[in-house]
Design a protein around this ligand. Structure first.
Ligand code: KIV
Length: 283
């Protein structure tokens, strides 16, 4: 990545300054071509560890490794020009200590070229957030429904319906914002909690399944374009049905191959006839 390409990107301070202003548009991206398609419309890419489920077919995000996040983060950086690229720190790469988090966060930034990292957690991660930001690693927080804690939480249910749990989410968001996070993802909470968090922190909140009360929104791109199969969560709006389009294309291709309609005359190389020696040359 050249200095000039880095200069065109939306910076972390610019995103932070969007608190209460123009809503932040965020999407997930895992690959270079998808990043290229989405880049003109996106302020911040989250290279989410959801890629473990969406791309690799795991049933949770817990199997995702640092190496996977580095490879996909680097692909998204290569495929985009202007969006800020934020890469998820995977399960087990930061919870042990601030030092472990710094070591792995630095690797993520050095080897992928991303502009920031994201990690899940509230009060218990505040010390780590401050350790990283003080040392040059911008951190996006993530509170509410935290998929890396699926085994502790017992599933992916909406959070904050009980008053006590709602207050705990607000305290979590406050703690990491005060520790230096430049923005906070709020996932899977009722609107009153999203609103309370958004009004309680000085940095932008980015909601996913958290209502329009947030300073920005993120969706998993494959959900948004209808590429992630059977189940569509309540909070997802499908803006396209590309899964169905892919199936239609595959069915048409299969039928052409079986009927010997593909390849047709337009898809074959022209032959060059050497009249003198009556030889056929492939060009
Ligand atoms: O992993 C993920 O896709 C996320 C979303 C909140 C963007 O963390």
């Amino acid at each position: 990545m050249s200095i000039s390409s880095q200069k065109k990107r939306i910076t972390v301070p610019k995103l932070r300054a969007r608190k209460g202003g123009e809503p932040i548009v965020s999407l997930t991206a895992y690959t270079a071509p998808m990043a290229g398609f989405l880049d003109p419309y996106t302020d911040v890419f989250i290279v989410g560890d959801s890629l473990g489920m969406v791309l690799y077919g795991y049933d949770s995000t817990l199997n995702v490794s640092l190496e996977m996040m580095i490879a996909h983060g680097a692909a998204v950086v290569r495929g985009s020009e202007t969006a800020c690229v934020t890469v998820d720190m995977p399960f087990g790469s930061y919870q042990e200590s601030p030092e472990q988090a710094f070591r792995n966060g630095a690797r993520l930034m050095q080897e992928s070229g991303c502009g920031a990292v994201k990690l899940e957690g509230g009060i218990e991660m505040a010390e780590t957030v401050s350790f990283l930001t003080d040392r040059g690693i911008p951190v996006m927080g993530h509170v509410g429904l935290m998929p890396q804690s699926v085994n502790r939480l017992g599933g992916y249910q909406v959070r904050g319906r009980e008053r006590e749990e709602g207050s705990a989410i607000v305290s979590d968001a406050r703690a990491i914002a005060e520790a230096g996070a430049f923005s906070v993802v709020i996932e899977g909470v009722v609107p009153s909690v999203a609103s309370h968090v958004t009004h309680s922190v000085s940095v932008p909140t980015i909601g996913i399944g958290a209502s329009a009360e947030c300073d920005g929104q993120v969706l998993v791109t494959e959900d948004m374009i209808g590429m992630f199969n059977d189940y569509t969560p309540t909070f997802v709006k499908r803006y396209a049905e590309l899964g169905a389009e892919v199936q239609k294309a595959a069915a048409a291709y299969a039928s052409d191959v079986k009927a010997r309609r593909f390849p047709g005359p337009e898809q074959v190389f022209k032959e060059k006839i050497n009249v003198k020696h009556k030889q056929v040359k492939i060009i």
